[in-house]
Design a binder for this molecule. Structure first.
Ligand code: DQQ
Length: 489
């Protein structure tokens, strides 16, 4: 493919220099924040949102993310870039994409990466606001030989007839008969959906059609950040729909993320699938993206946040930054359900293990070790439980309650916006194990080997951790906990 000679190289350099200057000037301020995380990817300054371009390339994991270097809002988006060999030590890299050209001038929006002929290809959405204020959307390509320096090639295709300019977030993958791409879209009638494209050369893309999801017409007004992969003999379509009303315990956040498991007809877009399942039950999770790594694992990062909801109230904004990534998680499919587990590499963060094997707790409260209280991992293996409820308390504001009468598991926290207590609940008949990753201002809770996950930010007084397990009934269990090393700089 020819080089694009219409790029604004001068503006591109200027925008990157301005962003680097922000980092140089203000990262010392963000570093002062006590809520700066110890083992999660964060922006040095400004706002982080969606994970983009997650890939294993030339011996390293590459993770890009939506980044506004200049403010803790969504007014402009670059692609920031970090790399790692172990999935927990991340190295800041030169900015990958800046919104410098006519086709991406109002934001280099989300997208994905693939490897082809030893080069990295980035597919992303160029967001443009025309002079009359209307949105335009261009699906763009940038290519790199070394995975560090990216050359934009410009737009590949625009919005097809029948769909609005809410058309974004291309995710590309390879199959034996060519390349495929899914993209989030909205019909002119106002329904969210995903379109499927195919290409033989990564440049010319033919529209296969809309992926026919049985609940499609009724299910929200826009589907963002689709991902598609084959795992455990199943096709999985993951996406983040907007406009789903709350229903019982479900769809409690402003926007959702979930998946459909089934079988996709690659020639027509016909998709036979099981019902939509939410991927996370916590307060802060959105726009995840997966990749298959060198070990054959399907790995996922999500944005540990949500647009609009309560981001205006995050206390980290005082220090000039907001939001973080989730931990990397490995996916598997069991009985038509996605399981998420923290990647095994994270074991290397553990230190100072405290173990209590096979203890019996009868109608009492026992203290649980939470290391230094700031950044720790806790595992509760429940060998048996007979009774009405148990509570795992983390601090005065945060706790988990299992109710065996109602068959529910509930996470309580203090609302970031109102300071009142709020909760998220799942239906659950049995707790087999709980694995908690607590960081200075976050909690990721994996339930029953990752069958359910609660991802949430917590901005509590760190010195007030009071970790205990209170059992109403009889529980036989083992409890292990570790301090987790700080690896962020
Ligand atoms: N965030 C990006 C969009 C995407 C949305 C812009 C999801 O590409 O649809 O930052 O959070």
């Amino acid at each position: 493919m020819k080089e694009n000679s219409n790029l604004d190289i001068v503006k591109d350099n200027q925008l990157k220099e301005q962003a680097n200057a922000q980092v140089n000037e203000f990262s010392s301020v963000s570093k002062e924040d006590p809520f700066r995380l110890h083992y999660h990817v964060m922006p040095p300054v400004g706002l982080l949102n969606d994970p983009n371009g997650f890939i294993y390339f030339q011996g390293k994991y590459h993770l890009f993310f939506q980044w506004n270097p200049f403010a803790t809002d969504h007014s402009l988006k670059y692609w920031a870039h970090v790399t790692s060999t172990d999935l927990f030590n991340w190295e800041w890299q030169p900015i990958a994409l800046a919104p410098s050209d006519w086709f991406d001038k109002d934001g280099c929006y989300s997208g994905s990466a693939i490897e082809h002929e030893d080069k990295m290809y980035l597919f992303y959405t160029g967001n443009v606001r025309a002079q009359n204020g209307e949105r335009e959307s261009y699906q763009c390509l940038a290519i790199s030989e070394d995975g560090i320096d990216f050359k934009k090639r410009g737009p590949l295709f625009t919005v097809p007839d029948g769909y609005t300019a809410h058309f974004r977030d291309p995710k590309v993958w390879r199959e034996c008969d060519g390349w495929y791409l899914v993209i989030g879209a909205q019909t002119v009638e106002g329904s969210g959906c995903v379109l499927l494209y195919r290409s033989m050369d990564l440049i010319n893309w033919d529209q296969v059609g809309e992926i026919s999801t049985q609940d499609g017409d009724e299910f929200g007004y826009m589907w963002e950040c689709p991902d598609f992969f084959y795992l455990g003999d199943k096709d999985v379509l993951m996406f983040s729909p907007q406009g789903i009303p709350a229903e019982g315990f479900h769809y409690q956040n402003i926007y959702q993320t979930g998946y459909l498991v089934g079988g996709l007809d690659r020639d027509t877009g016909g998709f036979c699938h099981q019902p939509f399942v939410e991927l996370d039950a916590g307060f802060d999770f959105y726009a995840p993206q997966t990749t298959k790594d060198i070990k054959g694992r399907r790995l996922l990062f999500g944005w540990m946040g949500l647009p609009e909801e309560d981001e205006a109230y995050h206390p980290t904004k005082e220090y000039g930054w907001v939001h973080a990534m989730t931990l990397p998680r490995e996916l598997s499919v069991k009985d038509g359900r996605l399981y998420q587990q923290p990647v095994e590499e994270l074991i290397a963060l553990r230190e100072n293990e405290v173990t209590r094997e096979h203890i019996t707790i009868v109608n009492e409260r026992v203290q649980v070790d939470s290391g230094n209280g700031k950044a720790f991992e806790l595992m509760l293996d429940v060998q048996s439980f007979v009774g009405s409820s148990f509570i795992l308390n983390l601090d005065g504001n945060t706790s988990l309650a299992f109710d065996k009468i109602e068959n529910t598991l509930t996470l309580f926290r203090k609302s970031i916006k109102t300071n009142q207590q709020e909760s998220r609940t799942i239906s659950l008949t049995n707790v087999v194990d709980l694995q908690l990753f607590v960081d200075t201002s976050s909690l990721e809770l994996f339930v029953n080997q990752g069958a359910f996950v609660f991802t949430s930010r917590l901005f509590d007084v760190l010195s007030k951790r009071d970790c205990y397990l209170e059992v109403d009934g009889q529980m036989n269990c083992s409890i292990r906990s570790w301090n987790l090393r700080q690896v962020t700089k």
